[in-house]
Write a protein that binds this ligand. Structure first.
Ligand SMILES: C[S@@+](CC[C@H](N)C(=O)[O-])C[C@H]1O[C@@H](n2cnc3c(N)ncnc32)[C@H](O)[C@@H]1O
Length: 281
């Protein structure tokens, strides 16, 4: 790939999605953009690059942006955040919201929906405690294809074998040919929509719990700061933020503080782990 084409694509991707690509990732750009060039009946990446320069076709720019997203996810990814959710975060928020009886959860950069449905499965386990509560799970992703996959709730054999306990598979999924679909009941607990984290987050409203995992790793530091500070404005003081295992707020923003003794969990300062639950996870 010509250096000027690489630079043009990487600038475009940074502007549209926040993705930072260094020149050693040129191979990635080539392998992921070739199918886009083919889909648009172009001979190769040079033609794709010159078309982007001359014609600002929104559908083409979207295809290029989506092709460069990494959509890796799995059910109950890393497990511990979900244990914390069930044993510490949910009980604490149920107490704090007992008057309002409503909790909103955001799976930001939800990919194919496994994170949102893992939460739905946990909430289903606590259905008795949650009777009369309004619990909303909202999944968003920049990729229209991922949003459609999330809505369908259909997963391959490989995907249901990664992190999903067999009892949960049996309880909540139905086999459909060689794939598995999550039950309608759980699909109704979550809604999914296309949304760019670089956009105006106020359109989504306020969230008590935000999972923003394994997406900031693709951004540069100013973009991480901008996104985290925008997320902080969508949360109450006692809301909690989950980041991925390789992500942190340290050195990026001082709005969020690590929740005492709970790795990967952050709050604006108002979330206290009840003393009886401290040793739970
Ligand atoms: C590696 S996946 C992480 C999925 C899930 N959060 C998890 O931890 O398993 C990263 C997701 O971020 C999405 N993404 C990348 N840039 C984004 C942006 N600017 N706005 C919203 N989503 C974005 C990608 O489409 C992709 O599905």
């Amino acid at each position: 790939m010509r250096v000027e084409d690489f630079d043009m694509f990487s600038t475009l991707l940074k502007q549209r999605s926040g993705l930072v690509l260094t020149r050693d990732k040129a191979y990635l750009l080539e392998s992921r953009l070739m199918p886009v060039a083919r889909k648009w009946n172009m001979k190769g990446l040079e033609e794709l690059a010159s078309t982007v320069r001359t014609r600002k076709d929104e559908a083409l720019l979207r295809d290029i942006t989506e092709a460069m997203t990494t959509n890796e996810s799995s059910f109950f990814r890393d497990q511990k955040p979900f244990d914390q959710f069930r044993q510490i975060v949910l009980p604490r928020l149920l107490e704090a919201r007992s008057a309002k009886r409503s909790i909103r959860i955001w799976s930001a950069a939800c990919s194919s929906g496994q994170e949102a449905y893992s939460l739905a499965m946990l909430l289903n386990e606590d259905a008795a405690k949650l009777a009369g509560w309004r619990i909303e799970i909202v999944g968003t992703d920049i990729s229209a294809e991922m949003v459609e996959r999330s809505k369908s709730g259909i997963y391959t054999q490989f995907e249901v074998q990664r992190g999903l306990p067999i009892q949960m598979l049996v309880k909540h999924f139905k086999q459909q040919g060689d794939k598995w679909q999550i039950s309608q009941q759980l699909r109704q607990m979550a809604s999914f929509r296309e949304f760019n984290l670089l956009g105006d987050l106020s359109a989504l409203g306020q969230f008590d719990i935000v999972f923003c995992r394994n997406v900031l790793i693709y951004f540069d530091q100013p973009t991480k700061t901008k996104v985290l500070e925008a997320i902080s404005r969508q949360m109450p003081q006692d809301g909690v933020l989950y980041l991925g295992g390789a992500e942190t707020v340290l050195g990026i923003t001082d709005r969020f503080k690590p929740v005492d003794g709970q790795r990967g969990l952050y709050s604006l300062g108002g979330f206290q782990v009840p003393s009886g639950l401290r040793a739970a996870v």
